[in-house]
Design a protein around this ligand. Structure first.
Ligand code: TRP
Ligand code: ZN
Length: 891
């Protein structure tokens, strides 16, 4: 095993930059094999800094020349160790000229300057700018940039960078140039350039203020039939940010560029957003409803960063959630507002909470658990996590729940008033929220500093004599790697009470004057601040059924002892759609855990066990309730995922969970067969495809019904799926049919798979789906995946492709991945090691698959540990992968 432990960076060690940079001028001679970069920085010593040496960072760079105030700085004038270049005793005012060289074609990390399909792209967040030039590459150094790009005109006709195009022309020798100027100061992580053969869809857009701006979506030739949805989403984003937050676009030009090789979803570079093609390209032939929704939120997300991230940025990378949590919150609200209807908003909320539970709760309970504002890291790239993004968004949402929409808006206004143009901290954001509303939010800080998912236990008591109903809430938080004992959080708990007819009771809380409101409220936000508190409701005429944590008002686990009948009652009646869904999930979870225990005790499963619970009846009632929104029905009729069930078990048994989930789906399929068929027929969406929320909801429910029907796996079912596959006029229906065919014994299974490949061979994003669907199929084992890796269309170098097959299998097919012989783990280790040599960021993501290894049965645990040790002792490990496996193996 590697013995040199990589350096840990601590938040408490923050010191201000020694020098500020006022202006940055850059000249690029773009060549895929060797690109030269000349940089001129004007800098001045920071009076706030005690250290006087000028510090620059560089990574994988050739330093060609270094000049300070016109004079060459020789080897004796600076030190360069571990990527840190220091000039000691530099003068107060410095003009630094740096010449560096890089090799874009060999850059498979996709950080810094790289090529993708012959074009140039950059990715600088978090620390990629230092792969382009030496620079004080930290977010609290903000400067104005002017950039000149020079390149061969025929190979790279399009030259783009941040801000405004101020000059372009020919250089005579077959080469040309363009000069871009960004009028706003920015941190280096927001720098970007793009050069190559690209085409764009463009539109002029009139802002509310009357100013006209140019909007462009750049793609490779042949993809202009797939940009309209991204453009529509951009326009919606621009309009929404003014309406909801009073924030207008500050540039004359806003560009989106799509690239096929990209480590993540997209990047908010000032005025030049760079996107994974997955979040730009769409038309009905290639994109599903989920893809359309994903594009809308990611386009929104990156656009909203222009204010939350770019105009106001992070002081240091520990504050990452300052921009990411807030911007996820904003994109979630954007999508919800675009749907418009109340039930549509609830559907969006449920989907977001599902992601949190599926991915963030396990993270928060595992070896990589960290607070929303971490205290330390080894590799910052490993901290672009669901905790920073999704839990961070929940933390922001809690301000809104506590302060109300208007109060939250006041806080946002004050935040921009105070901090526009600055690099700030999560504390600054919290202070703006508190000050604008004259509230004490000091205890709320614990949401930023303490990791782990809090649990709340709710105990209720009805006193018929004095007609009071009391709810006692008790909070606790399990220990996490750095913190064993936790202090009490400040938790908003939204509560309602249902009467015997299922209607909301008007609420009066003892000791609280809510008469001023005129009409009595039916949902109250209780503020839990102590470890345990009792809230007493008065004038409660009859024993109610409580609806607690409405709309998921806090990112916690709520323990309430409901009877099956109460859950069924809530599922049928709660005015809060989130809790209606939640009641059904609780009912299903209870059944799945009981059946898993039965399987482990070697008891055969029979349909009788389904009817024992209220589950079958509850599902039937939901399916037959024609007043329900189809999108909501789809969510309510989907059983908790295998991963979510696993988190509820003390010792995870992936095989038992899988057996139970399949059993329940088959049982529900046959018991409710007629109802599924009715749902299938009545939710068809004939005519031209449209990704609007109503059609999307119908397709979702119809395709869920199809998947249940296919559990029956008979000739009728096969025909239904085959027919849908053959006649689909959109990718949503086509891929839904193909995926159920692949999981069936239908005679047309293999032909459909082959047909799909041929039909979409030239659409990379669709071929990703083709791999992914097979990776997650029930009968796909490790050997099948290894076979698929030999397919000519497979490559580890493209992150989307690697994710589509390898990640989909390791994370999305638990029953096969956890094969008892450990072959899945060996496969995992092979791929982490192979990816580590190509792209450390992507490799480290895959390494996270093993996070929960200690929760598995001893026989599996042993084999998982062996695989982890093999990775940990492999040569030339990146610090990305090393951090993940070291923390995973730590006692
Ligand atoms: N800041 C980007 C976002 O959330 C994501 C991002 C961070 C990223 N680092 C990256 C994207 C590296 C690609 C590569 O929108
Ligand atoms: Zn972001």
């Amino acid at each position: 095993m590697r013995t040199d432990t990589p350096l840990t960076i601590y938040r408490k060690d923050y010191t201000p930059p020694t020098y500020r940079v006022d202006t940055v001028e850059m000249g690029f001679d773009l060549d895929p094999d060797l690109t030269r970069v000349a940089t001129r920085l004007t800098m001045r010593r920071n009076p706030d800094s005690r250290n006087k040496s000028l510090v620059l960072f560089g990574d994988s760079l050739e330093l060609v020349q270094l000049r300070m105030n016109g004079k060459e700085v020789g080897k004796r004038g600076y030190t360069l160790t571990n990527g840190v270049l220091e000039i000691h005793n530099a003068p107060e005012q410095v003009t630094l000229e740096i010449e560096t060289a890089t090799h874009p074609n060999q850059n498979t990390s996709l950080m810094g300057l790289y090529t993708s399909n012959g074009n140039f792209f950059t990715q600088c967040e978090a620390e990629g700018f230092r792969k382009i030039t030496f620079f004080p590459d930290r977010p609290d150094v903000m400067a104005k940039y002017t950039v000149m790009l020079r390149a061969d005109k025929s190979r790279y006709p399009v030259l783009l960078s941040n801000g405004n195009l101020v000059e372009e022309g020919d250089l005579g020798d077959g080469r040309h140039y363009a000069v871009w100027e960004d009028p706003f100061k920015k941190p280096s992580y927001l720098f970007a350039l793009v050069a190559g053969q690209l085409v764009c869809q463009e539109e002029k857009y009139k802002l509310q203020s009357g100013r006209e701006v140019l909007l462009q979506v750049w793609v490779e030739e042949g993809n202009l039939d797939k940009t309209q949805h991204a453009m529509d989403s951009l326009e919606n984003s621009i309009r929404w940010d003014v309406e909801r937050f009073g924030l207008e676009l500050d540039l004359d030009r806003f560009m989106i560029v799509a690239v096929g090789d990209f480590n993540m979803g997209a990047m908010e570079n000032k005025g030049l957003n760079i996107f994974n093609t997955k979040y730009v390209l769409a038309n009905p032939r290639i994109a599903t409803d989920t893809d359309y929704a994903g594009i809308e939120s990611v386009v929104g997300h990156e656009y909203f960063h222009n204010w939350t991230g770019n105009r106001v940025t992070c002081r240091d990378w520990f504050q990452l959630s300052l921009k990411e949590g807030l911007t996820v919150f904003r994109d979630q609200e954007f999508s919800a507002d675009l749907i418009g209807t109340e039930s549509g908003r609830a559907v969006k909320r449920i989907e977001d909470v599902r992601v949190l539970r599926q991915a963030q709760f396990p993270e928060d309970a595992g070896p990589m658990a960290h607070p929303v504002r971490p205290d330390s890291y080894v590799e910052i790239n490993n901290f672009y996590t669901v905790t920073i993004y999704e839990k961070g968004s929940e933390v922001v949402r809690m301000y809104q729940t506590l302060l109300g929409r208007d109060g939250f808006r006041k806080g946002m206004d004050l935040y921009f008033q105070r901090h526009d143009g600055q690099a700030v901290t999560c504390d600054d954001f919290r202070a703006a929220m508190a000050d604008a509303n004259d509230r004490d939010l000091s205890q709320f800080e614990l949401w930023y500093s303490q990791a782990g998912t809090p649990h709340i236990k709710a105990d209720m008591q009805y006193d018929a004599g004095i007609r009071t109903y009391s709810i006692t809430l008790t909070q606790s938080c399990p220990p996490t790697p750095e913190h064993a004992k936790k202090q009490s959080f400040h938790i908003p708990v939204a509560v309602g009470l249902l009467d015997r007819n299922g209607r909301d009771m008007p609420l009066t809380l003892e000791g609280q004057d809510n008469a001023d409101n005129g009409s009595a409220q039916t949902t109250l936000v209780l503020e839990l601040k102590e470890q345990s508190q009792t809230f007493v409701f008065t004038s409660v005429a009859e024993p109610p059924v409580p609806s607690i944590l409405r709309n998921f008002s806090a990112p916690v686990v709520l323990d309430v002892e409901y009877a099956d009948a109460e859950l069924a009652f809530l599922m049928a009646n709660d005015s809060d759609a989130f809790n209606r869904w939640e009641a059904g999930q609780r009912l299903a979870m209870r059944r799945m855990l009981a059946l898993s225990a039965a399987v482990q005790g070697d008891h055969a499963l029979s349909n009788a066990q389904l009817d024992e619970g209220a589950l079958g009846n509850a599902f039937r009632a939901t399916l037959r309730d024609t007043t329900l929104d189809p999108a909501f029905c789809e969510l309510a009729l989907t059983l908790p995922s295998e991963t979510v069930v696993a988190e509820q078990m003390d010792v995870i048994d992936p095989h038992a969970i899988h057996a139970v989930r399949v059993f329940l789906r088959r049982a529900l399929a046959s018991t409710l067969k007629v109802d599924w068929l009715v749902a299938y027929q009545s939710n068809r969406t004939p005519g031209t495809y449209s990704p609007d929320p109503v059609s999307t909801g119908k397709r979702g429910l119809k395709n869920l019904a199809l998947s249940y029907v296919l559990e029956i796996d008979d000739a009728d079912a096969h025909r239904l799926a085959q027919n849908q596959y053959d006649n689909a006029n959109n990718m949503t229906d086509r891929i839904a049919a193909l995926s159920v065919l692949v999981n069936s014994t239908a005679p047309g299974r293999d032909a459909a798979l082959a047909h799909f490949f041929e039909e979409f061979e030239h659409e990379a994003l669709v071929i990703d789906k083709w791999f992914s669907l097979q990776a997650m199929a029930r009968n796909t084992d490790v050997a099948t995946v290894r076979e698929l890796m030999k397919h000519p269309a497979f490559t580890l170098k493209n992150p989307n492709r690697a994710r589509s097959l390898i990640f989909s299998f390791c994370n999305g097919n638990p029953a096969q991945f956890h094969a008892v012989d450990g072959s899945g783990y060996e496969f995992w280790a092979d791929q982490v090691i192979a990816l580590n040599a190509i792209n450390p960021q992507v490799a480290a993501r895959l390494a996270r698959t093993m996070d929960r290894w200690r929760k598995y049965a001893p026989a599996l645990q042993e084999k998982m540990r062996a695989a982890l040790l093999r990775v940990a002792s492999a040569g030339a490990l990146s610090k990305d992968v090393l951090e993940v496996v070291t923390k995973s193996l730590a006692e």
